[in-house]
Design a protein around this ligand. Structure first.
Ligand code: BGC
Length: 904
C-alpha cells in the first residue's frame, strides 16, 4: 500500500500489480478484529516535509476484504509530540468520533498549526457493527515556514559553491533546513549531501512563486563546529532561448535557512547572507539543454566540512532574487529512481564507443573511469543511431546534450552530472585513455518520483507493449511539471499535452500531489484578463493559449475531482476558471470561439482548427457548469448549462454538413469531438457516427488520422457508440499509423509523430501525449470506470468490453478508497470476471455476454446469482441485477467477487 518505494524500475514490473490475486474474503462479521487504517497520507503525501495550508487534509486506507464493508466513523488525533500521540492524546486536534464513511479529504480542524513545527497523527475507524479498530501506526507532517517574516535568509550567489561555518552551542534536539534556488541546488551539511532530491526545485513562474524544500538535518548537525553549503546550478531560472524568451535571471541564487532547536529551549538560525563564502567549484558550466562541463581538478575536497579553511574564498554576493511567494514543494521530488545497465556497446569509430541502454529514458549516465589527471571524457546523448552505429542527434535541435568530465587522476573516479538531464537511449563515450567496459556507464533514470498505482495486462502482446511504452513516456516527462518531451531544446509544460494525458496518468500513477502543484502553477500564469498560456510556466508558445491547450486548467481540476474526490481544488480554482471562461467569451463571436494556434496538433488529416477551438469552448463551459453543480452554485450551473446549449446550437449550425453527415469536413477528430461533447441530437448523432465509421473503415483501412487532440476522444466515443471492436482494431494496428507501428520500428517511448522520422525535423522519440489511449485501456478493456456522481471512486463502474481475439485482461488501480480490480477471461460460451470493490465504495458490475447467447446463467463464487432471466438474491454484497445491452449488471457492495457467466 505504501507507494513511496515504487520507483521507475518498478514500472517495468508494474503489470505485476494488476496480477494481485483476490485475498480471502471472509464474510462480513467473520473477522473479530477491525483492521486498523494503513497508508496514512497528509496532503496526498506520506509524512510530508513542509505543509503550508491551514487545514491539511488526511487520508488513509482500509484493507477490509469482506463484502459490504464500510467504515461508519473515524477519529483523527493530531498531537504536538510523539509521546502525546502514543498516549492517545490529540492535544492539537481530536476530531472526536466523526460519523462518516470517508477515508480521504478529511480536513484538519484544530488549533492553528504553527510555522516550522512537526505534528504527529493517527486515526482509527469504526465498522457498521460499532466496533472500533486499533489506531493506525503514527504518521507525521512538518509545517513549512508560514509567514514571510519567518525567513531570515537572503538570496546569495556568486559561485558554484557557497558555504558557511558556524558553531552550535548545545546539544541538538531538532533541526530543519529550508532551501531553494533560482536554478538548481544541492545541499551539503558537514561533508554529506542532504536528501535525495535532484534538479530541485521544480520550475515555477519564479516572479510569482518559488518552491522550497524542507530537510530534517537533526542528525547531520552536531554540537560544536558545523558547516553548511550548497552547490548551485542555473536550471530553468537562467536558461533563455532567443528571440522570444529571455532568461528569468542572469545568474543563479540560493536561499538557505537552518533552524536549530537545542536542549533547554535554545534556538539558533543559520541563514544565507553576506557572511557566506563563495567559490567557483568544479562545475565549469551547466545547462539543462547543453549538459554539464565538470573539471574534477577544480574540486576543493572538504569544502562542506567545518574544518575547511575558506579564507581564500570570496564573499558570496547577496542578490535580489525573487520576491514571489515561497511555498513548500509538496509533491514527489525529482529523483534518481533507478539505473539501467547497457545492453550493448559498439565502436563505430576509433576511440568512440556507443552504449545502447535498450530503453529511451530521462536522466543521465554515470561514468566510472580511471586515467591520467587532465584527461577529458565526453558523453554525448541521443535517442537514435544511424545505420552505421553512430549516434543521430539531429532531432535534438539546439540542445547540445553532452556532459564533459575532466579527470582528477590518481585512482578510480565516478562522475554523474548534477544540474542537467537528457532524454536518451544511446550514449557516446569518447576521450578515454583506454577501451571502456560494459560497466563503465550506467543510465540513471531521473524523473518526478510519483508512485505507480495502476496496472494493465492483456492476452494481446501488443497492448502490453503499448502500456509499457506509455508508462515510460509518461514518467520521463514528469519533471516537477508535465513536459512535452525530455530531449530537445524544449521540455516545456505544454498544456495541450498535459490535458490529453490527464486521465491516463491518473490511472497509471499517483498524480494527486503533482497535479495539485501544476494546477497552482497554471493559476500563477493566469493573466488579469483571465487568459492562460500555452506553456506553464510560460517560456514557449504564447498568451492567450490555444483553447485546446488552455483547457488543461478546467480539465485537470475536473479530473482531480473525479479521480481523487478533491473538492478543494474546485473551490480554490472556481474563480480562476470563471475568469478563464469569461475570457474565452470575450473572444467568441456568436458563441463560436475560433481563434487558435495549433488545433488538432500533428494529425494525419487536418481538422479545421477553429472547429477544435469552438468545441473546447463548449467543453470548458460544460466542465465549469459541472464544477458549479458540485459546489452547489446552482444559478451558475444553470447559466453555464444554458450557454453550453447555445454553443452547441451555434456549432451545429456552423460546422455540420447535412449533405455528408459530418462535422467540419468529416474528419475523425471532428466527428469524435462533436459526439463526445454532445453536439448532435440523437438523429444527427447516428449520421455522424456512420460518417465516422466509414471514414475509419473504408477511407483509412481502419487507421487513425487524428492528431493528439482528436485521438483522446476517438476511443471513448467508439465505445459509447457500441463499437469497442473497432476501437480495439485501431489500438492493436501495427501498420502506419498506429502505436504498433511505432513499437515495431523500435520505439521504447512514444513518438511525437505518427510518422517515422529521424532527421532534423520536429520528431521527438519521447512524447507522452499519444498515450492518452491508455485511459481507454483501463476503462473499456479493463472495464474500470468511475460511476455517475462517483467522484473519488465512491461509485465504481466495472464494465469490460471483451473485443475480438482478446482472451483475458487484468486491470487494477489504487483509488482513494483502495484497490479497484477487474480481471476477466473468456472461452467459448463462458466468461469469468473477478472484481474487487474497495471498502466504502459500491459498484455496478457488468458481466458481459455474447449477444448470440439465448440462455445464460451467472454464478458468483459458485453460487447462482442470475438464472432463468432473473436475479437470484442471497449472495452477500449483491443487491440486485438487470440485463442491460450485452451484459448482466449487478449492483454490488464492496468486496471481492468472482462471476462466471455460461450460456449458449
Ligand atoms: C511540443 C508539443 C506542443 C506543441 C504545441 C511542440 O513543440 O513538443 O507537444 O504541444 O509544440 O503545438
Amino acid at each position: 500500500m505504501d507507494h513511496s518505494g515504487h520507483k521507475t524500475t518498478a514500472w517495468a514490473c508494474a503489470l505485476a500489480i494488476a496480477m494481485i490475486g483476490l485475498g480471502a474474503a471472509p464474510g462480513f462479521g467473520a473477522a473479530p478484529d477491525v483492521p486498523a487504517p494503513v497508508a496514512l497520507r497528509c496532503e496526498y503525501l506520506a509524512n510530508p516535509m513542509g505543509v503550508d495550508t491551514a487545514r491539511p487534509r488526511f487520508s488513509w486506507q482500509l484493507e477490509w476484504p469482506g463484502r459490504g464493508e464500510h467504515p461508519t466513523a473515524y477519529e483523527v488525533l493530531v498531537a504536538a509530540s510523539p509521546a502525546a500521540l502514543a498516549s492517545n492524546r490529540g492535544d492539537v486536534w481530536d476530531s472526536g468520533k466523526a460519523g462518516s464513511a470517508d477515508n480521504s479529504q478529511i480536513e484538519y480542524n484544530g488549533a492553528p498549526l504553527e510555522s516550522g513545527r512537526t505534528y504527529y497523527w493517527k486515526v482509527r475507524v469504526w465498522n457498521p457493527a460499532g466496533t472500533a479498530s486499533d489506531y493506525s501506526a503514527p504518521a507525521r507532517f512538518d509545517m513549512g515556514l508560514l509567514a514571510r517574516g519567518d525567513w531570515k535568509a537572503e538570496w546569495i550567489g556568486g559561485g558554484g559553491e557557497l558555504r558557511a561555518g558556524f558553531t552550535i552551542p548545545a546539544k541538538i534536539e531538532r533541526a530543519r533546513a529550508y532551501v531553494t534556488a533560482l536554478g538548481y541546488y544541492e545541499l551539503h551539511v558537514n561533508g554529506r549531501r542532504i536528501g535525495h532530491k535532484v534538479l530541485d526545485p521544480a520550475p515555477t513562474t519564479y516572479s510569482k512563486r518559488v518552491l522550497y524544500s524542507v530537510y530534517d538535518v537533526t542528525r547531520a548537525l552536531r554540537e560544536g563546529a558545523n558547516a553548511a553549503g550548497v552547490m548551485l546550478g542555473g536550471g530553468w531560472a537562467t536558461l533563455g532561448h532567443a528571440p522570444q524568451f529571455a532568461a528569468f535571471y542572469p545568474a543563479p541564487a540560493a536561499l538557505v535557512q537552518l533552524e536549530v532547536e537545542m536542549e533547554g529551549g535554545q534556538r539558533m538560525t543559520v541563514a544565507s547572507g553576506a557572511t557566506w563564502k563563495a567559490s567557483d567549484g568544479p562545475i565549469v558550466s551547466d545547462s539543462i539543454y547543453d549538459g554539464e562541463v565538470y573539471d574534477a581538478r577544480r574540486e576543493t575536497p572538504g569544502w562542506d566540512t567545518p574544518s575547511f579553511d575558506d579564507s581564500a574564498w570570496r564573499a558570496a554576493r547577496t542578490m535580489e532574487g525573487s520576491n514571489g511567494e515561497r511555498s513548500p514543494e509538496t509533491m514527489p521530488a525529482i529523483e534518481a529512481v533507478g539505473e539501467l545497465a547497457p545492453k550493448s556497446i559498439s565502436s563505430p569509430d576509433p576511440g568512440v564507443y556507443v552504449y545502447d541502454f535498450g530503453q529511451n529514458v530521462s536522466g543521465w549516465a554515470r561514468l566510472r573511469v580511471r586515467g591520467p589527471r587532465g584527461t577529458t571524457v565526453t558523453l554525448r546523448y541521443s535517442e537514435l543511431v544511424y545505420p552505421d552505429g553512430r549516434i543521430n542527434r539531429e532531432n535534438l535541435r539546439g540542445a547540445k546534450s553532452r556532459d564533459v568530465y575532466t579527470l582528477r587522476g590518481g585512482g578510480g573516479e565516478r562522475y554523474q552530472p548534477r544540474f542537467t538531464y537528457h532524454g536518451f537511449r544511446y550514449v557516446e563515450l569518447s576521450g578515454l585513455p583506454e577501451a571502456p567496459a560494459l560497466d563503465t556507464l550506467r543510465a540513471i533514470v531521473v524523473h518526478s518520483a510519483v508512485g505507480t498505482t495502476g496496472g494493465f495486462a492483456a492476452s494481446k502482446p501488443i497492448l502490453n507493449d503499448i502500456q509499457r511504452v506509455i508508462g515510460w513516456s509518461q514518467l520521463t516527462n514528469l519533471f516537477g511539471i508535465p513536459t512535452d518531451c525530455d530531449q530537445r531544446d524544449e521540455r516545456q509544460g505544454w498544456m495541450g499535452d498535459a490535458q490529453v494525458t490527464a486521465e491516463e496518468s491518473m490511472d497509471n500513477f499517483d498524480m494527486a500531489a503533482f497535479d495539485t502543484n501544476f494546477i497552482r502553477d497554471i493559476r500563477d500564469a493566469q493573466g488579469g484578463d483571465g487568459s492562460l498560456t500555452d506553456t506553464v510556466p510560460l517560456r514557449y508558445g504564447g498568451r492567450p493559449s490555444d483553447p485546446a491547450w488552455g483547457t488543461a486548467y478546467p480539465e485537470l481540476c475536473w479530473q482531480m475531482w473525479r479521480h481523487y474526490g478533491d473538492r478543494r481544488i474546485l473551490e480554490q480554482n472556481y474563480d480562476g476558471l470563471k475568469k478563464y471562461i469569461a475570457f474565452l467569451g470575450t473572444q467568441a463571436k456568436g458563441d463560436v470561439l475560433s481563434y487558435f494556434h495549433y488545433g488538432d496538433w500533428v494529425p494525419i488529416v487536418r481538422t479545421p482548427p477553429e472547429f477544435v477551438s469552438a468545441l473546447y469552448y463548449l467543453h470548458d463551459v460544460t466542465t465549469l457548469g459541472a464544477v458549479a453543480s458540485v459546489l452547489g452554485k446552482d444559478s451558475d450551473a444553470e447559466a453555464y448549462a444554458k450557454l453550453a446549449q447555445r454553443i452547441r446550437a451555434a456549432v451545429q449550425q456552423k460546422f455540420f454538413d447535412p449533405a455528408t453527415g459530418g462535422y467540419a469536413g468529416g474528419t475523425q477528430t471532428a466527428n469524435a469531438m462533436a459526439i463526445a461533447m454532445g453536439v448532435p441530437d440523437a438523429h444527427q448523432r447516428g449520421i455522424a457516427a456512420s460518417n465516422l465509421m466509414n471514414d475509419i473503415v473504408y477511407y483509412h483501412d481502419t487507421h487513425v488520422t487524428t492528431g493528439f487532440i482528436g485521438v483522446r476522444y476517438l476511443f471513448p466515443v467508439l465505445t459509447e457508440l457500441g463499437r469497442s471492436d473497432l476501437a480495439y482494431e485501431l489500438a492493436t494496428q501495427t501498420t502506419y499509423p498506429s502505436w504498433g507501428y511505432m513499437i515495431d520500428n523500435g520505439a521504447t517511448t512514444l513518438w511525437e509523430l505518427w510518422q517515422r522520422k529521424t532527421g532534423p525535423s520536429m520528431n521527438s522519440q519521447d512524447h507522452a501525449m499519444f498515450g492518452s489511449v491508455g485511459a481507454w485501456f483501463y476503462e473499456a478493456l479493463g472495464g474500470i470506470g468511475i460511476g455517475a456522481d462517483g467522484a473519488g471512486y465512491r461509485h465504481i463502474r466495472i464494465a469490460p468490453h471483451p473485443a475480438d481475439d482478446l482472451r483475458w485482461v487484468t486491470a487494477s488501480l489504487e483509488s482513494p478508497r483502495g484497490l479497484v480490480l477487474c480481471s476477466w477471461t473468456r472461452s467459448p460460451g463462458k466468461i469469468v470476471l473477478t472484481a474487487t470493490v474497495p471498502p466504502g465504495a459500491d459498484a455496478e458490475i457488468a458481466v458481459p455476454r455474447d449477444l448470440e447467447m439465448t440462455s445464460f446463467t451467472v454464478t458468483e463464487s459458485g453460487r447462482a446469482v442470475w438464472r432463468n432471466g432473473q436475479f437470484v438474491p442471497g449472495d452477500q454484497g449483491l443487491r440486485g441485477a438487470k440485463v442491460h445491452d450485452d451484459a448482466v449488471v449487478f449492483d454490488a457492495a464492496s468486496g471481492a467477487y468472482r462471476f462466471t457467466l455460461t450460456g449458449e
